[in-house]
Ligand binder design. Structure first.
Ligand code: PLP
Length: 383
């Protein structure tokens, strides 16, 4: 059976534009200044204001944010960085980019996130940083190991690519507002907040903000506006070319104006899935903690996932898999180890279409198709 009546359920993810992104970009095009301009700086101020944090440093992508954060944290070649295997490969590639070694760890099976105990078990004398991934938008409570990490001088670099707008586990503030961690966001095309492409690092101190800004601009000390006033500049250290362009920042500024609405819609749709799926047995929903999270993914576990995936794709339902485990990837084989929960999740997780173009009726169609796929694969769907 084909569910081609709704094109929205054919897509696993999709950006959602509110309409004023186009005029925001047009203003930048008309200005003739597309690079790192005061529009980028305005986006940084507005981001910081939204998250109630002192500062935010905008860069070209979430990958650039993680890379810059690792360099700013002083992670050197040969150092060990603890990272879950269950993440997008970008997290791991940034560890390799600084010459460090990924130490893959397992996840909690119900949340797909790391836990304080799993991190603690993996710490060695070589551990310099830990990169928890806020999977699907779920914030992670590191309270039990926070002091220990600080005592050992281990930096926490949160990969919050999925988690813009989510609240911290204690409910006190947004992800990014805990100033004992360096938080990295992605504003890629399908993220909760999109710049088309972009990212940001939330620094812990003003000094760190300065370092991050120097790093993202080829090591140059002066800001764009300071440079316009002088005939020279000073290259104070190593640097990359990662500043967010004004064109991308303009999209992000328009998106920020509507972000409260985005958060409400994504929570409503995630809960609609939860209700619709409650009638199915053997397909548990991955718990993103929707009371605090702005959900980024809607994932279930399903037996014989590859067959169910094929059935749903044939019915034009945009299912996906986030993610094939990294420790099983050829590029990361030297650091592979046995991670049972991750390996099982790698075989069972299935991401249902999840984006803001969906309606409750679309969700009912997806779940109807899932039920049919389960029946076709002789998995009993009735509760
Ligand atoms: C968990 C995770 N980390 C990092 C990234 C990298 O972000 P970007 O695509 O903006 O470079 C992504 C992007 O999908 C991601 O999902």
């Amino acid at each position: 059976m084909s569910y081609s009546s709704s094109t929205d359920i054919r897509r696993n993810a999709s950006p959602f534009l509110y309409g004023d992104e186009a005029s925001s970009v047009a203003r930048v095009l008309e200005s003739g200044q597309y690079g790192h301009t005061d529009v980028t700086e305005e986006f940084e101020r507005r981001l910081a204001h939204y998250l109630r944090v002192p500062d935010a440093v905008a860069v070209t992508s979430g990958t650039a944010a993680l890379h810059t954060a690792l360099v700013a944290a002083g992670v050197q070649p040969g150092a060990e960085v603890i990272v879950p295997s269950m993440t997008f490969c970008a997290t791991v590639q940034t560890i390799l980019a600084v010459g460090a070694t990924p130490r893959f760890i397992d996840i909690d099976a119900t949340t797909l996130c790391v836990t304080p105990d799993l991190i603690k078990e993996a710490i060695t004398d070589a551990t310099t940083a830990v990169m928890p991934v806020l999977f699907g938008g779920r914030a992670i409570d590191l309270t039990p190991i926070r002091e220990d990490l600080a005592h050992r001088g281990i930096t926490v670099i949160e990969d919050a690519a999925h988690a813009f707008g989510s609240r911290n586990p204690d409910g006190t503030g947004f992800v990014g507002s805990d100033n004992s961690v360096l938080t990295c966001f992605s504003f890629g095309a399908i993220k909760n907040l999109t710049c088309g492409q972009g990212g940001a690092v939330i620094p812990r101190t003003p000094d760190e903000a300065h370092t991050l800004r120097r790093l993202r601009l080829l090591g140059i000390e002066q800001s764009q506006s300071e440079r316009a006033e002088t005939t020279t500049y000073q290259v104070g250290g190593f640097g990359l070319r990662y500043p967010l362009s004004a064109l991308n920042a303009a999209i992000g500024l328009a998106q920020l104006d509507h972000f409260d609405e985005t958060a409400v819609t994504r929570r409503r749709l995630w809960r609609a899935y939860r209700t619709a799926l409650s009638g199915l047995r053997d397909v548990p929903l991955i718990d993103v903690g929707a009371d605090r999270a702005v959900p980024h993914l809607c994932q279930i576990r399903v037996p014989r996932r590859d067959e169910v995936f094929a059935h749903l794709r044939k019915a034009h339902i945009g299912v996906g898999v986030h993610y094939p485990p990294n420790h099983l990837q050829p590029a990361f084989a030297p650091w592979s180890r046995s991670l049972p929960a991750t390996e099982q999740a790698g075989e069972e997780i299935l991401s249902l279409p999840f984006h803001q173009h969906l309606t409750e009726a679309d969700i009912a169609l997806v779940v109807h198709a899932l039920r049919a796929a389960l029946e076709a694969t002789t998995i009993t769907p009735q509760a």
